[in-house]
Design a protein around this ligand. Sequence first.
Ligand code: FAD
Length: 347
Amino acid sequence: MARVLIVGAGLTGSLCAALLRRELPRPHLAHLEVWEKARGAGGRMATSRRGGASNADSTADLGAQYVTRGPDSARRHPSFYEDLLAHGILKPLTAVLEGMVVKEGAENFVTPQGTSSIVKHYLKESAGADIFYDRQVTHIYLRDGKWEVCVNTGSSDQFDVVILTMPVPQILQLQGDIVNLINKSQRQQLESVSYSSRYALGLFYEAGTQIDVPWAAQYISNNPCIRFISIDNKKRNIESPDIGPSVVVHTSVSFGTEYLECDKEKVQQLILDHLKEIMPQLPVPASIKCQRWRYSQVTKAFPGNPGQITLHAKPFLVCGGDGFTHSNFDGCIDSATSIVEVLKSSL
Ligand code: FAD
């Protein structure tokens, strides 16, 4: 009878929760909790919502933009795509994305309700899991054959199994007994995992605002700051007179790295200045959200792309996420499935 804690309500954590509920029924899985440091689910599949009742449906994908099913993923993970398509969470991408490189045999999908709807779907599938937000894990101790997991508010709880799904540098920041459980070779390999950094802006407009461009998104190659612009509602095929449009801007990695430690408001203004050069006709937004992605996409994964590594066998402590595979939907499926397999074989 295991009490299981998943740390992180991003794609890997939510998928682990759904798969554990499906593949590890009672009595093995007595209790499942997910602890997330942010206020909501999604992680890097973040969908930001403009506040205010009149624009409740104006949303913008600040992280992942679309899901690509390559020939290999169609062969290896068909059921994951079929499930999301059947629930209307994924829809084929039909809008024009200028400058997008489409690989042979690959299909692209968008999420009409935003990319966080994928994560929310899996959390729902984990029926019965208790999900807690605003809970940042800071320390993990080994006490009487169980994990004592502490959060930033000072509270703690005990679990038989802990699954860590955050970016690898955030795993390495955890304190407590976990520091000594990671052996020298594992630490070296964990420290070798690297991520790019970039900024994202979400610009929200009042309903009825016209953004007259012939494309839904565009990759930019000749600007020192901006790499990608999306008319986000158009990209997701949800153009409606009642919903204000939204624009998403992603910076280049070189800009993200250069300005990583700078004041977010100043960076936001710099990005807006560059955006004005590219789109001088763009109306003034009603509100703006600036997101700093310190850990954006994996540039070097854990050696051998194992999907997970087991830090301790009894009690079980495992870490996974895209740092152990690669940064996309398939990478997170690979990680979540390998975590569930290793956990099943350990019980
Ligand atoms: P995360 O999403 O990072 O989830 C980890 C979670 O753990 C987070 O919610 C975090 O808040 C939480 N957490 C961290 N530390 C703690 C703690 N101490 N306690 C509690 N919770 C904690 N992928 C695609 O497939 N297509 C794309 O178009 C695409 N574009 C991208 C564009 C950008 C700008 C970014 C940033 C990513 C993009 N990706 C894309 C990659 C994709 O978003 C990621 O690979 C995927 O979301 C990673 O999921 P994850 O669950 O492994 O990690």
